[in-house]
Design a protein around this ligand. Structure first.
Ligand code: NAD
Length: 319
């Protein structure tokens, strides 16, 4: 039986990944600073602790075949792009990754999955909302638009260096805006799809919702189940990456909001206000993952939005 460690198991993707690995018959240990906020963990063992602490990182790595490293100090644009959390984000996430590799290696772990981000791509290739460039080989010369992106790029290199020098099996994915049920939708760390679902669900028919910026910035969004499928394909392959795991269904933020409004059945208008934005355009480029792993998302954006909207509405009704 494969013994897996999921770092960040109390978080959004980590929580879903634990369930997915259990359904595949793995023995799973989860580790996080906090328990999962929205459901009881399906992990065989869930250890609460700080992965910045080498001793805790070592303890959770003992007896493990594969580490899924998803723990990070992160959030949506309201957290990443204001500049207020830059030092914490870089220090906390880099320390977690340094420990995960060094303590994992010392504990005898041979295989690591690392969750990098589309935020590593250079801002200069993402100025035109209609034609952003995010092919894997466009990462250099590096110029991420956030310190979060710089830390991810540093850590990608750290994982690759450990693979080279310690013969570890390393897999690196660059996620593009993953969304879904059982993720943050309030409190400041939520991302655009969850924030928009919350605003639409909380606004009475005929009202208006606020959108940061002019709403013409483009992005693509990947439903969490598709992301898990991509992770599994990558980890089970011989291809190390880094590789994009994202959707190529690019929409503007205004279009995203209109899709959620249509799902709600309400008539709402958009009011544009100043806010932290990130790059002007971004879309996943799936050429490499199609070629190497035969993977691309199987379902349209609207289906994931329907599930997410329903879940966030039910959470608001409970509150
Ligand atoms: P999340 O914030 O829901 O989960 C991260 C988890 O890490 C949290 O539960 C948090 O408590 C935990 N954590 C943070 N610091 C810790 C510490 N010192 N010790 C122990 N646990 C700690 O985020 P997510 O959306 O599930 O993202 C998972 C990973 O994927 C992250 O590395 C993130 O950077 C990456 N990623 C996510 C997206 C996305 O759209 N969600 C996009 C690109 C990359």
């Amino acid at each position: 039986m494969v013994r897996a460690l999921v770092n960040g198991a109390g978080g959004f993707i980590g929580g879903h990944l634990v369930q997915n690995l259990k359904s595949k018959g793995y023995w799973v240990r989860g580790a996080d600073l906090v328990p999962h906020e929205y459901s009881a963990s399906h992990a065989d063992e869930f250890l609460l602790g700080d992965l910045r602490d080498p001793a805790f990182s070592r303890r959770v790595s003992e007896g493990i075949d594969v580490v899924y490293q998803l723990a990070a100090d992160m959030g949506g644009a309201g957290y990443i792009f204001t500049g207020d959390h830059d030092a914490e984000v870089m220090h906390n996430s880099a320390t977690i990754n340094l420990n995960a590799l060094e303590q994992g290696r010392l504990a005898g772990v041979k295989r690591f999955f690392y969750s990098s981000s589309a935020c590593i791509y250079p801002e200069y290739n993402q100025l035109d909302p209609d034609n952003p460039k995010c092919s894997e080989d466009s990462a250099y010369p590096a110029a991420p638009d956030s310190e979060y992106g710089w830390e991810k790029l540093f850590s990608e290199r750290l994982y690759l260096a450990y693979a080279r020098n310690y013969s570890l099996d390393i897999k690196i994915a660059r996620f593009h805006n993953v969304f879904g049920t059982e993720g943050a939708f309030e409190g400041g760390r939520e991302k655009a799809p969850a924030a928009i679902c919350r605003k639409v669900a909380a606004t009475p028919d005929g009202g208006e919702i606020e959108i940061w910026g002019d709403g013409k910035q483009t992005r693509s969004f990947l439903y969490v189940d598709e992301c898990l499928d991509g992770i599994n394909r990558l980890v089970e392959s011989t291809f190390p990456g880094p590789v994009n795991i994202g959707s190529e269904e690019m929409v503007t933020i205004n279009q995203l909001a209109e899709m959620v409004i249509a799902i709600s059945g309400k008539k709402l208008t958009l009011r544009h206000i100043p806010g932290p934005l990130g790059v002007r355009g971004r879309n996943s480029d799936n050429h490499l993952i199609r070629e190497k792993l035969g993977w691309s998302p199987s379902r349209p954006l609207v289906e994931g939005l329907e599930k997410t909207y329903r879940w966030i509405s039910s959470q608001l009704q409970k509150a």
